[in-house]
Ligand binder design. Structure first.
Ligand SMILES: [Zn+2]
Length: 306
C-alpha cells in the first residue's frame, strides 16, 4: 500500500510540468530565434516573424503574424525601436495579454545589452532617424549575444521553474560556444585591425567595435534615409582621401548607389548579412559570425584594404 501511494505521489508531482507542455515562443528576428533555440532546447518551440534577408526596420505586417502572437506564451523583441514601424499594431490585434509590453511573456532583449550611439540631445522623427533610442543592431556583438541568452534563460525559468536546470545548462553550453567563437574571430581579424570600411546602414557599429573595423562613412545620409546625390559625392571624396577599399552592404539594400561609389573609388562592394538567415550559410548565431568574419578576411586580402 505504502509503495502504491509513493508511486501515485510521484506521478502526481510530475503532472504539472508535463501538462504545461512546451513554451510557445515568438521572436521578431531570426537572430533572437537562434539564441532562443539554443537556450530553450526541447522545452520550447520558436518562430521568428522577420526573415534574416529582410530589413528589420520595415517588415510587411501579415495577418498570419497576428495568429502566431495570439498563440504565443512568450514574445522576444530586439527593442530600441527597431520594430516600432510594424510590431505594435500586431501585438495589439493579437489581444494576447501575455505578450503585451509589460506582460508576463514579453521580453525586450536589449535590457542588459551594451547599446551604442545613444543620442545625447532630443531626437525627433522629422530627422528621419530610425535609431532614436541608440543603435538597435546590438546583437552583432557576440558579448551582447551572451547577455541576450542570459535574459532569455531567466524569462524561461520564470515561466517554467521546473525546467530551470535545463535552461541554465543550455545557457552555459551556448556561452561556451560563443566564447570559443570570439577567440577564433578575434584571431582571424587581428592582422587587419582598424581596416577602413564604409557600410550602407548603421548596422555594424557593435561588430566594428568588437572586431576592430574602422567605419568611416555610410551610404545612407542618415539611418533610414535613402542616398542623396550630394551625400554620395561627399562620401566618394572622403573614401578617395582615406583610400577606402570596402563597401559593406546588407542583403536587402539596392546595390545601385554602392556600385556607383565602387566604380568612382576603386572599392569593392561586399554583401555582408547582419542576421541569421541573411544568406543560406548563416544558419545560426555562431555561423553568422563565422560567415561574416571569413567574408571580411577574404575581401581584405583580395583588395589589400587597410
Ligand atoms: Zn538600423
Amino acid at each position: 500500500m505504502k509503495h502504491v501511494i509513493w508511486v501515485l505521489l510521484a506521478i502526481l508531482s510530475s503532472v504539472p510540468a508535463s501538462a504545461q507542455g512546451k513554451l510557445n515562443v515568438v521572436t521578431t528576428t531570426e537572430d533572437l530565434a537562434s539564441i532562443t533555440r539554443e537556450v530553450g532546447g526541447d522545452r520550447i518551440t520558436v518562430e521568428a516573424i522577420a526573415k534574416g534577408y529582410q530589413d528589420p526596420h520595415f517588415v510587411e505586417a501579415k495577418p498570419s503574424f497576428i495568429l502566431k502572437l495570439q498563440k504565443a506564451d512568450i514574445l522576444i523583441v530586439v527593442g530600441r525601436e527597431l520594430e516600432i514601424g510594424w510590431l505594435p499594431p500586431l501585438i495589439q490585434q493579437s489581444r494576447n495579454a501575455k505578450v503585451q509590453p509589460g506582460g508576463e511573456g514579453y521580453l525586450d532583449a536589449s535590457l542588459h545589452a551594451s547599446i551604442l550611439e545613444i543620442p545625447a540631445g532630443q531626437v525627433t522623427r522629422a530627422m528621419g532617424d530610425v535609431h532614436p533610442s541608440g543603435n538597435p543592431h546590438y546583437w552583432l556583438d557576440p558579448e551582447n549575444g551572451k547577455k541576450i541568452a542570459k535574459d532569455v534563460a531567466d524569462k524561461f525559468s520564470e515561466r517554467r521553474p521546473n525546467d530551470r536546470m535545463v535552461f541554465e545548462k543550455n545557457l552555459a553550453a551556448f556561452t561556451a560556444k560563443v566564447d570559443a567563437g570570439v577567440k577564433r574571430w578575434l584571431a582571424d581579424l587581428a592582422p587587419y585591425k582598424d581596416t577602413k570600411v564604409v557600410t550602407y546602414h548603421r548596422s555594424f557599429p557593435n561588430f566594428a567595435e568588437r572586431f576592430g573595423l574602422n567605419i568611416i562613412g555610410y551610404v545612407e545620409p542618415k539611418p533610414g534615409i535613402p542616398p542623396s546625390p550630394q551625400h554620395t559625392l561627399d562620401l566618394i571624396a572622403e573614401m578617395k582621401r582615406q583610400n577606402v577599399k570596402l563597401i559593406l552592404i546588407e542583403p536587402y539594400f539596392d546595390s545601385k548607389t554602392p556600385n556607383a561609389i565602387a566604380r568612382a573609388t576603386g572599392a569593392e562592394v561586399i554583401v555582408m548579412p547582419p542576421s541569421v538567415g541573411g544568406v543560406k550559410e548563416a544558419t545560426d548565431y555562431v555561423a553568422l559570425f563565422d560567415y561574416d568574419v571569413r567574408l571580411l578576411v577574404d575581401a581584405i586580402k583580395r583588395t589589400g584594404a587597410k
